[in-house]
Design a protein around this ligand. Structure first.
Ligand code: ADP
Ligand code: 5GP
Length: 189
């Protein structure tokens, strides 16, 4: 059996990564499983442990680092860590399953370097930074301070787009879902 592939999806927070990934998982045209990351940030309303993230305490996250449990991890925002767990990726790839990662730009670059041709990196771009702010406000899950922090960081994250294998603009959502699906199917089929 051939090994599964890694699909890396990055975008500034609020660009629509989760919306696009969930739509593709629901459609089921692409064969892939979501890699649930670990984080020490608090769950948002509606988020579930083991589904959206493994929500760890600072101490549990440090312990996982010490135990070498991560493929990669990053301090994406000051004091807030996110990491891709080996247990989510390695077993599934070995079993021939494709795995999709929702991951920040630094982690995305690192995973692409590690897995090379076994991984495809896709960057989701907002039509404008202002549209991004509007979406974050509309999502209603972050404080005004957290929204400011995410928008500030977006400019930096957008500078990584040229490093990715392909870029999908999320203006019209259905079109962005279709384009992302096409990029993944090209790679996995
Ligand atoms: P991310 O996972 O990148 O942080 P989300 O998927 O949570 O972003 O999307 C942020 C918000 O923007 C959500 O409320 C989502 O419904 C909305 N959204 C996503 N794509 C679009 C789009 N093309 N047009 C308008 N709103 C969108
Ligand atoms: P959020 O708090 O909005 O869920 O995610 C914030 C950022 O962390 C997003 O850019 C998301 O892609 C990133 N992220 C989520 N999981 C991981 C991970 O396992 N590793 C890295 N490096 N970034 C992650």
């Amino acid at each position: 059996m051939s090994e599964g592939k890694i699909i890396i999806i990055s975008a500034p927070s609020g660009c629509g990564k989760s919306t696009i990934i969930n739509a593709l998982l629901e459609r089921g045209n692409v064969r892939m499983q979501f890699s649930v990351s670990a984080t020490n940030r608090a769950p948002r309303t509606g988020e579930k442990h083991g589904v959206n993230y493994y929500f760890l305490t600072d101490e549990e996250f440090r312990k996982a680092i010490d135990e070498d449990a991560f493929v990669e991890y990053e301090e994406v925002y000051p004091g807030r860590f996110y990491g891709t767990l080996k247990s989510e990726v390695e077993r599934r790839c070995a079993a021939g399953e494709n795995v999709v990662l929702d991951i920040d730009v630094k982690g995305g670059m690192r995973v692409k370097q590690m897995f090379s041709d076994k991984a495809k990196s896709i960057f989701i771009k907002p039509p404008t930074v202002e549209a991004l702010r509007t979406r974050l406000e509309g999502r209603g899950t972050d404080s005004p301070e957290a929204i400011d922090e995410r928008v500030r960081k977006a400019e930096y994250e957008l500078s990584f787009a040229p490093e990715y294998d392909c870029v999908v603009v999320n203006d019209d959502l259905q079109q962005a879902i279709d384009n992302t699906e096409r990029e993944i199917l090209e790679f996995t089929c």
